[in-house]
Design a protein. Structure first.
Length: 345
């Protein structure tokens, strides 16, 4: 497999990690929108009621943001929800505190994929194609349909960045889901993905925050979009929409909680992780937003009517591809640089 150069920050290599700053209330950072609204109701407010002061903020992701926070000694964040490659990179680079697994329920309490020395999985979710059923009664069925602007006229929206988009482009170009990362691991495969993106580029607009795709669909700004499955389900409930998702070829992954290195609130952060990891608490989240959970004992507690729309439903999972965190660990910096150059043309 070709290995693209990953750029390690000089400050990490040469200077180490900045020292912790003065104490303050616990700050938890997540992804905003309907998802964070659900977290606030299910996790944040009940946790505060246990006696630990905290407040929450949101971000749009990016390992560079976390590097800058830690290397610069900015201790304004404590617990952050990160994507899979951010977890892997940040753990390797020493950006996160090692977790006290005994204090948060033990490794065996979680799905194996949710267990990491530096992070604990919080949700299972899918990156899907989403569209408005009110506009397309017989909607798209695949990534190839997402690219077909003649059969399904209108703009498309994708998250700004290479991840998901390169995989989608290859599947739209006929690569079997099981072979996506084999192809993408070669220079020819990367070139092929960008050529396929070239075809769609005149009809593309970008989103950066998870709340944007359902807003774009509702406004008629796009005919279809990539999205996080839970955001689409939440919009249907809150706004009485008929937005639909395509599970075929969707890419699933796990987001994790981490504690930033140098946090002055490691004890409070650990208490927070223990609280949000309890099965009885996790089981409430899918009733508010359609994401799978990571506590093994939580799924049997989820009301049956919510199970069909979850990524962890076997029918949905059988159509999905697991996002390859190892590939993105090795390639996120170089492919982001190439993507940004391509997008700016």
């Amino acid at each position: 497999m070709i290995r693209f150069t990953r750029l390690l920050p000089a400050a990490v290599l040469a200077a180490g990690i900045a020292a912790p700053a003065m104490a303050r209330d616990l700050t938890v950072v997540s992804w905003g929108g309907a998802y964070q609204d659900a977290q606030r109701e299910i996790y944040f407010e009940p946790f505060k009621a246990t006696g630990t002061p905290m407040h929450d903020e949101s971000w749009d992701g990016g390992i560079g943001v976390l590097r800058a926070k830690v290397e610069g000694g900015d201790s304004s964040w404590d617990v952050v929800q990160v994507e899979s490659e951010e977890l892997a990179l940040g753990c390797e680079e020493g950006l996160f505190e090692p977790l006290n697994w005994d204090a948060i329920g033990g490794r065996d309490a979680y799905l194996p994929a949710a267990v990491n020395d530096c992070g604990v999985g919080t949700i299972v979710y899918n990156n899907v194609v989403a569209y408005d059923g009110a506009k397309f009664a017989d909607g798209p069925k695949s990534w190839a349909d997402f690219w077909d602007v003649k059969k399904f006229p209108g703009k498309r929206a994708m998250r700004q960045g290479p991840k998901i988009n390169l995989e989608a482009a290859l599947m739209a170009d006929g690569v079997a889901p099981a072979d996506v990362y084999k192809v993408l691991a070669t220079p020819e495969g990367v070139d092929r993905a960008f050529r396929k993106l070239d075809e769609l580029k005149p009809n593309l607009i970008w989103w950066t925050a998870g709340a944007q795709p359902p807003q774009m669909l509702a406004a008629g700004e796009v005919a279809m979009t990539t999205a996080y499955n839970g955001r689409i389900a939440a919009a249907n409930v809150a706004d009485k929409k008929d937005f639909r998702v395509v599970w075929n070829g969707s890419l699933f992954t796990i987001d994790s909680w981490v504690i930033l290195k140098g946090s002055p609130n490691v004890d409070a952060a650990t208490k927070f992780l223990a609280f949000v990891g309890k099965p009885e608490n996790q089981a409430k989240l899918p009733t508010k937003i359609a994401y799978g959970v990571t506590s093994k004992a939580a799924t049997p507690l989820i009301p049956a009517e919510y199970l069909p729309g979850l990524p962890t439903n076997p029918d949905n999972m059988s159509q999905a591809v697991e996002l390859n965190a190892e590939f993105w660990l090795e390639n996120i910096d170089s492919l982001t640089e190439r993507f940004n150059t391509w997008a700016a043309k």
